[in-house]
Design a protein around this ligand. Structure first.
Ligand code: ZN
Length: 202
């Protein structure tokens, strides 16, 4: 399976990192080795002094598709979830300055937290609340209504480039409030008030 990630999908997050608002979705990949095994702590990697959490809505693809039209995209997923796109911001900054790819900053082992999945029918996907707490302090308070590109538009866009397969995950981008993690932080993700994951940082 593969993980397809979207960057810069929330205007306020673009502002907080002083990035340019993109003309098209920003896309990058994580390998399956990036997934943090369930119940494992997240270990801050030795090559970074500035790892950030980014809470994101996840979409789990349920069948093969390519060149999917936006109006049929809803047929390609039954479940949505919540996760973290851990980012070595210092490494990413160097990559950006040199115009290099982001993988070392974004796709390292343990950089993808994948929480629980839920049947999409129980949610209004265009008005879905999700939150990240760090040591019980609310640090990210997101709603899919602020996405620049909606889930179905993202599926249509990425499937022009990558054949989607059953089990693939799409990380749909993070809202504002990203920040640094430190040892002994506990990160808890909620989707419409339900706990989708809890991760300890070491
Ligand atoms: Zn992200």
């Amino acid at each position: 399976m593969k993980i397809i990630c979207i960057g810069r999908n929330y205007a306020k997050h673009i502002e907080e990192l002083a990035n340019e608002r993109p003309e098209h979705p920003v896309v990058f990949l994580k390998p399956d080795s990036a997934i943090l095994p369930k119940k494992n702590p997240f270990f801050i990697p030795p090559f970074s002094d500035d790892v950030h959490y980014e809470v994101e809505i996840l979409v789990k693809i349920n069948k093969v598709g390519k060149h999917i039209d936006t109006k049929f995209a809803h047929k390609y997923y039954d479940e949505i979830g919540l996760g973290i796109d851990f980012t070595a911001r210092d490494v990413q900054q160097k990559c950006k300055e040199k115009g290099l790819p982001w993988e070392k900053a974004k796709a390292f082992d343990g950089s993808a937290v994948v929480g629980e999945f839920y049947a999409k029918e129980q949610f209004d996907l265009e008005n879905l609340k999700f939150q990240l707490f760090k040591n019980d302090e609310l640090v990210q308070d997101g709603n899919t209504n602020a996405m620049l590109w909606k889930i179905d538009e993202l599926i249509a866009y990425v499937s022009q480039y990558f054949t989607l397969k059953k089990g693939d995950l799409i990380f749909t981008g993070t809202p504002a409030g990203v920040g640094k993690v430190s040892e002994n932080n506990v990160l808890k993700g909620l989707i419409e008030g339900r706990e989708a994951f809890q991760v300890k940082v070491k």
